[in-house]
Write a protein that binds this ligand. Structure first.
Ligand code: ATP
Ligand code: MG
Length: 404
């Protein structure tokens, strides 16, 4: 792609995570290209491409399974402050689709190590911001004045945490200090953008470390206020549960197993659901109903903060409600449950609750065994749970089954 752009008479460079990760000896997740060609010009050069624009106008070029992002050089908003394209409000960039030179493009980027340009004309790396020094010292440093750059776009705080976790870099002092005082600014970020960013934070294989940094820098409450409220009063189970869930997610990603955002969000919000469920149970709802109502309430409360798309919400609720259904082990129910499309996720979720210290080892073992058992054994297992309720009522006080 770089050569095709060059042949057509444009300047073009590999930039961002692609260059950074290659220089660090890692495997880039994706590639970004910066060029002086305009979006329409880029599009006309590549068949499999389309112009997209959420915050900026970019061109996505598909290469088999990969999508390469090609962006025209942009300048920093300051040059365009009076221009309607770069309007500002309380220091926040509303739109910054103002084209610029290569040098301007470098200075509008977030961190110095993300502003290195690989040049195919002479195989050199162009470095306007001392990014190579920071790369060697494994330092994440904001380009320009940290305070201002974080005000412009508070998501840069989350990006700092993400790169620190992923690369094992340390945050330069002003970055550390500013994140500690500017966390509240995340509340101004649109909920849909926070959802996208959370997926990047927790689905890139370093979720556990990311969570610990988010806690350390007090950013977690600005993403999951309800969960954070449950951590108050030294509630170790809550932190342990979330951490274990993220450790498992990292493991699955390392093993190249699929991870769904629904399971992830079910983990992240479970402490709040469980707490709310307890109060609904007290008010007389059944375990199943309390989970259903609690799940819906907690999701509704979360949506204004982080916009979880509709398609994931039902699966989250299913996973939660399943936690009550897994307790019902009599009769024919278990045979039906085990073939349910949500069973696997719900079972994994139950194991996680156990792992985090909930006292449900017997229940977990039972379901583990049940899945491996043949038809006859399954029948006996359910029978050992005490048979049907009606039958139990005929022998009050004599029931010695372990069913509780
Ligand atoms: P990775 O793709 O590994 O997550 P990346 O650094 O490539 O990391 P992208 O989100 O792909 O991150 O963005 C590509 C580049 O665009 C970044 O390296 C950075 O130079 C610039 N960039 C992205 N988001 C911002 C932002 N919010 N503010 C300033 N520059 C940004
Ligand atoms: Mg990238």
């Amino acid at each position: 792609m770089l050569y095709r752009l060059k042949k057509a008479g444009y300047e073009s460079y590999l930039v961002g995570g692609g260059v950074r990760d290659l220089l660090l000896g890692g495997k880039p997740k994706d590639f970004d290209i910066a060029t002086d060609a305009l979006p329409e010009q880029i599009k006309s050069l590549f068949g499999n491409s389309r112009i997209i624009g959420r915050r900026f106008k970019l061109v996505h070029v598909r290469f088999g399974r990969e999508i390469i992002e090609v962006a025209t050089f942009r300048s920093h908003h300051e040059q365009a402050e009076t221009d309607e394209q770069g309007m500002m409000e309380d220091g926040l960039i509303i739109r910054d689709n103002v084209y610029g030179t290569l040098e301007e493009d470098a200075f509008r980027r977030d961190f110095t190590v993300n502003a290195l340009y690989y040049n195919i004309a002479d195989f050199s790396v162009i470095d306007y911001t001392q990014g190579m020094v920071d790369l060697k010292n494994r330092t994440l440093r904001m380009i320009g004045k940290t305070e201002v750059r974080l005000q412009e776009d508070p998501v840069r705080m989350l990006r700092a945490i993400r790169f620190a976790a992923k690369l094992g870099f340390h945050l330069e002092d002003s970055l550390k200090n500013e994140i500690q005082t500017q966390g509240e600014r995340l509340d101004m970020v649109p909920a849909a953008r926070l959802f996208d960013e959370i997926l990047k934070l927790f689905m890139s294989g370093h979720a556990a470390q990311t969570f610990q940094l988010l806690m350390e820098f007090n950013l977690f409450p600005h993403l999951f206020l309800q969960t954070h409220d449950c951590m108050k009063g030294n509630n170790e189970y809550v932190q342990e549960f979330v951490l274990q869930g993220l450790v498992n997610t990292d493991k699955r990603i390392a093993e190249e197993k699929p991870v769904t955002p629904a399971f992830l969000f079910a983990v992240l919000l479970w402490p709040a659901v469980a707490r709310h469920k307890a109060s609904l149970l007290d008010s007389g709802l059944s375990p199943l109903q309390s989970l259903l109502v609690a799940g819906r309430d907690i999701i509704s409360e979360q949506i204004p903060q982080v916009a979880i798309p509709k398609r994931f919400r039902q699966m989250m609720i299913d996973i939660w409600v399943f936690q009550a259904r897994l307790e019902q082990r009599r009769g024919k129910r278990p045979v039906r449950l085990v073939t349910h499309p949500r069973f696997r996720a719900a079972y994994d979720f139950m194991l996680l609750r156990n792992q985090a210290g909930e006292n449900i080892q017997e229940l977990c073992d039972w379901w583990t065994h049940f899945q491996e058992a043949n038809e006859g054994e399954r029948h006996l297992m359910c029978k050992a749970q005490g048979g049907k309720k009606k039958h139990r009522r005929t022998r009050p006080g004599k029931n010695t089954s372990p069913d509780t």
